[in-house]
Design a binder for this molecule. Structure first.
Ligand SMILES: [Zn+2]
Ligand SMILES: [Zn+2]
Length: 145
């Protein structure tokens, strides 16, 4: 599988205990969308229940590394990060640093060491959340308008 941004070969690696496909060149990251991940639905937060986390979806110029179909770009309100998703439910693309940016913002807000551990946990929840089935459905609804 090749990187949608720079065409380098993606390497399977573990990030936060999740298997991801990572690009060594541009350091972007591909997260496969799991077929059935109902468990993750339990971590949905209030924002998500209101359906307001995903805004401004639009066409991405990049192609899905699995099917070469067009990806959609959308903004995830959690930290104003832009993610790309395959409309055919293959997965998500995170550019270099997008996952780190989430952590950084949270550590700025959370000063002491004990709570920055929570920032890590929040990141785990975010990763779980964007891979959940209901999250994908929200994206699809948003895309359809
Ligand atoms: Zn790349
Ligand atoms: Zn695809």
């Amino acid at each position: 599988m090749d990187c949608p941004k720079c065409s380098s070969t993606l390497k399977i690696t573990k990030y936060k205990g999740i298997e991801v496909d990572k690009c060594d060149s541009c350091e972007g990251m591909w997260l496969d969308y799991p077929e059935l991940d109902e468990l993750e639905d339990t971590v949905l937060d209030a924002d998500e229940q209101k359906g307001s986390t995903i805004t401004r979806p639009g066409e991405s110029e990049f192609k899905c590394p699995r099917c070469s179909g067009p990806m959609q770009q959308f903004r995830y309100r959690y930290n104003e990060i832009w993610l790309e998703v395959c409309a055919e439910e293959h997965g998500f693309w995170l550019d270099k640093g997008e996952e780190k940016r989430v952590l950084e913002t949270m550590s700025q807000r959370i000063k002491d060491l004990k709570r920055s551990t929570n920032a890590e946990q929040d990141m785990d929840r975010l990763l779980g959340r964007i891979r959940s089935k209901s999250f994908l459905h929200k994206i699809k609804d948003a895309i359809k308008g």
